[in-house]
Design a protein around this ligand. Sequence first.
Ligand code: HEM
Length: 412
Amino acid sequence: MAGPSVAVPNLVDPKSYVDRDMFEVWRTLRAQDPVHWHAATSEGPGFWVLSKYEDIVRVLKDDANFTSEKGNILETMLKGGDMGAGSMLAVSDGSYHTSLRKVLLEAFSPRAVAKVARHVRRIAKDLVVEAAEKGECDFARDIASAIPLETICDLLDIPQGDRQEVAKLTKSALASDYEHPDAHADVAARSAIVVYFQNLVAERRRSPGADPISLMATAEVEGRRLQDLDIVLNCYSLIMGGDETSRLSMIGAVRAFVQNPGQWKTLKSRDVSVDVAGEEVLRWTTPAMHFGRVATADVGLRDDRVIKAGDLVTLWLISGNRDEAVFQDPDRFDIARTPNRHLALGYGRHFCLGASLGRIEIRAMLDALRVFVGEIRQTGPERWIYSNFLTGMSSLPVALERDPSPAVSWEE
Ligand code: HEM
């Protein structure tokens, strides 16, 4: 199984991602050992590490030989599975997945999402203007953290009066304040969210609307009604899936502009649309570093590698998005990059369900920044989160200087 000996840190340990330049590690792996075998750790068995775009796409396309039902991220795959397997969209396969995805896609239709988009733009504008008037802020805490959860609450049609509580519980359940890496997610908060959604499901069964909860409560999946627990798990996954990823992308965008003032000028000049720039933000930040699959049959890769049935395979989107075989000058943040077939939102049948929503949030933020902010300066050290799955910052102190005479106007 052993390939060339490349010094790869323990990819299970979140500390590995804080301590070193991981882009250097990925570059070396892509060049020397693109299908790398990672030895077993105290957390679980060994696993494959795929770092090249082509191989990642090859696996993500191959539903016949790879499953998501044994978990789709390292943490759950190493534990031997996900408690939502076969029920939650992201960790289900086959006809159940196809059927549930079809139901949920209706809630993400352009019409449904357009309504949410107007609200997202209003929040982004208000937060950016307020911060620019104050002068200094923590972009992560004061601006980016407010948008994604509010957006998902809009989509799920969570009553306004409940939102503060839902936000509080979500924050505790995720233990997403990475200042204390040993802090454990609050189990009580997780149970409270489950109870909250159980009540909401009962209500939506009685008087359904057009939101995803109502759709799941009334539709048939594989010819039968979904159980309450299936719906609750999927609500939970929509909140978790959509909160941190979009937030980390927006924060990463601001840091990229601080580090690349020429690109900030280009954004402000309006030479590049926020749609095109948003794709480069996604490629550059790739907040979900990896996803994974478990092989269900022996599969040959790259002439000399055989992935055996039962093997865990991790797919490093963050490395694929810097693959020099696909992206010209991949380590350059270039908001005009086209084409930009990045993998930040996945590929194939599990392609991100909330992609349109994530894109709306990033585009709204870029638009608010370019219209209302003249200059951005970082005023203190950023803090990186502590995770083997997500990457990004939990704190980014910046000075936002209000643009006294914006060259473009704001469209509501
Ligand atoms: C910038 C923001 C986002 C990023 C980078 C992102 C990334 C991803 C990726 C890479 C996958 C594929 C997982 C796999 O192949 O196993 C995925 C799936 C998924 N995402 Fe997102 N996501 C984002 C925003 C959202 C939002 C806003 C929502 C919900 C409101 C969401 C909900 C989901 C769901 C439910 C799936 C599973 C889809 C399926 O299995 O068919 N995501 N996401």
